[in-house]
Write a protein of this length. Structure first.
Length: 242
């Protein structure tokens, strides 16, 4: 019994020692980690210390990088959730008055002031469904607010994607490629991403999640297609640019 009790009591002593040194917010749920950046054989002179705080549901709500700024301030990342428990805003980290790892208040206003921008966070618009698919994403900064990345989820139509079939014979080590009629309507998932500059990339997947074709729009009338063909062992056998 003593062999079990002694290591556990030693663990608590170490935790209390760190709490007194770092001024951790002991009334909060947190995980403290320390990374040694060098070691002389006897001691370490450089370490990186991080404290991650959690709410009552076990979700991360603040990450504190202890004295990580050039001026020795704590660098803090704020994390918040919408009414459905989804993280839609991603705040940029900001240097705060040093509390040596303690949880900080007013991180959002400090980030806004530090970056001199009212949009010191990225924002994602999510689909109003249990899938929570991203409909659009805006990068941090005022200049990006009018240039979101948009996502569209659809299905293919007949004739949109050519159907290649590959076979491989392990006896003769012979591989064959054939072209069949195109995939019928709604046989493939069609996901389109439009970047900040209006360039679109469309990805077609089958029901097993394999990417069969990627289409990049070069102009309103011209596309660059790349086909990915799998053999009867579900191995990627051919990559065909067209």
């Amino acid at each position: 019994m003593k062999k079990i009790i002694l290591p556990i009591s030693a663990l608590f002593v170490v935790g209390l020692s760190h709490g007194q040194t770092l001024n951790l917010s002991t009334n909060e749920n947190y995980v403290y980690s320390k990374t040694y950046l060098d070691y002389s054989g006897a001691s370490a002179s450089k370490t990186a210390e991080t404290v991650q705080y959690f709410d009552g549901l076990g979700r991360a709500k603040q990450v504190v990088n202890v004295k990580a700024s050039p001026t020795g301030k704590d660098v803090v990342s704020h994390i918040e959730y919408d009414g459905f428990g989804r993280q839609v805003d991603s705040w940029l980290p900001a240097p705060m008055n040093t509390l040596n790892g303690g949880i900080q208040a007013g991180v959002k206003s400090s980030a806004t002031t530090y970056y001199g921008d009212n949009f010191a966070f990225g924002h994602s618009n999510l689909e109003a469904s249990p899938l929570d698919r991203v409909l659009s994403r805006v990068q941090p900064g005022t200049d990006w607010q009018a240039h979101p990345v948009t996502f569209n989820y659809d299905a293919n139509v007949d004739g949109e994607v050519k159907k290649f079939t590959a076979t491989f014979n392990y006896t003769t080590f012979e591989s064959k490629l054939s072209l069949s009629p195109s995939y019928g309507t709604a046989r493939l998932y069609k996901n389109t991403v439009t970047d900040e500059d209006g360039n679109t990339t469309t990805e077609y997947k089958n029901g097993r999640g394999q990417v069969l074709m990627v289409r990049k729009a070069i102009s309103a009338t011209e596309n660059a297609d790349t086909y990915y063909v799998y053999n009867d062992y579900d191995q990627l056998a051919y990559v065909i640019p067209r």
